[in-house]
Design a protein around this ligand. Sequence first.
Ligand code: HEC
Ligand code: HEC
Length: 242
Amino acid sequence: MTRAPKSAGGRFVARAVLAAVSAALLGCGDDARTRTAEERGEMLFQSAVASDAPGNVFACATCHGTTAQRRFDTGSSLLGAPNRPSFWGGTEVDYLRGLNQCRRGFMGASQDYASTDRDALDLTAYLLSSGGSVSPQPFSVVTTITNVANGDATRGESVMVAACSRCHGDADGHDRLSVRIPSLRADFQRAHATYTPAERRLIFIEKVRHGSFLGYGGDMPPYGLEAMGDTDLSDLLAYLGL
Ligand code: HEC
Ligand code: HEC
C-alpha cells in the first residue's frame, strides 16, 4: 500500500482537524454524552473518522449498506453482523477481526480496535440496534481471472454509476472521492499503456475481482460474484471501451 509519509506533527494536525470537523458536522464531540451509543455508532459508520489515517476518505457506509444487501456494494449489509457465526465468506470467525480487517486494510487505521474501545462498542451497538441478518453472508471471490463476454454499453453506464462512481466519479473522474483515485478511462489507460488491449482488459477484470488482494496492491475493495456478476462486468467493460 502506498501512502504519503506522515510526520508526527502533520498527523497531529490532521487528527485535530478531523476531530474538529467531526465534532462540528457530526456531533461526535462535546455533546456526545447526550447521544446514545447507537446514535454515536451510526455517525462513526457514516463518516471517515472511523479511521485515524490522515488520507482516509472511506466510511464504513462507502462499502456497506445497512438495509438488505444492495447489489454493487462490495461489502455485505451489516445490520445484525455482530451476531453472525462467521464473516468474510466463512474465512473469519471473529467479528472484531473481520471489522478490523476493513479498518486497517481499506481505511489505513494505525491500530486495531480492542473489544473495549468506545468506538468499537458504539459501532457494534448501532449494528445491533434494529434487525438485519444474523446468517453468514455469501462472498464468492473469483480467484482465477478469465476474460468475460462482450457486453451492453448502455447497461454498463448504470453499473458504473451504481458500483464505482461513489469512489471513482464518472468515467473521466469528475466528482471522484479523492484525487488519488484514478479515473477509469484516461488514468487507467495511461497507467497500463505498455500492455495490449486484451491484456488491459484482463488487468481491469482482475482489479475489480481482487481489489487490493491476491497480489494486487492498493486499497480498493474486491467485488465478489454476489456484488457484481460477470454480465454486469461485461457491460461495464463495454461502456468504458475496454
Ligand atoms: C473499502 C470498502 C470497505 C470499507 C471502507 C469497510 N468495509 Fe467492511 N468489508 C468490505 C468487504 C469487501 C468485506 C467482505 C465481504 C463481506 O463479507 O461483507 C467486508 C466485511 C466486513 C465485515 C464482515 C461481514 C460479514 O458478514 O462477512 C464486517 C463486520 C465489516 N466489514 C465491518 C466494517 C466496518 C464496521 C467498517 C467501518 C469501520 C468497514 N467494514 C469498512 C469492505 C469494506
Ligand atoms: C470504495 C472505493 C472504491 C470503489 C467502490 C471502487 N474503487 Fe476502484 N479504486 C479505488 C482506489 C482507492 C483505487 C486506487 C488504489 C488501488 O489501486 O487500490 C482504485 C483503483 C482502481 C483501478 C486502477 C487500477 C490500476 O491498476 O491502475 C481500477 C481499474 C478500478 N479501481 C476499477 C474499479 C471499478 C470498475 C469499480 C466499480 C466496479 C471500482 N473500481 C470501485 C477505490 C474504489
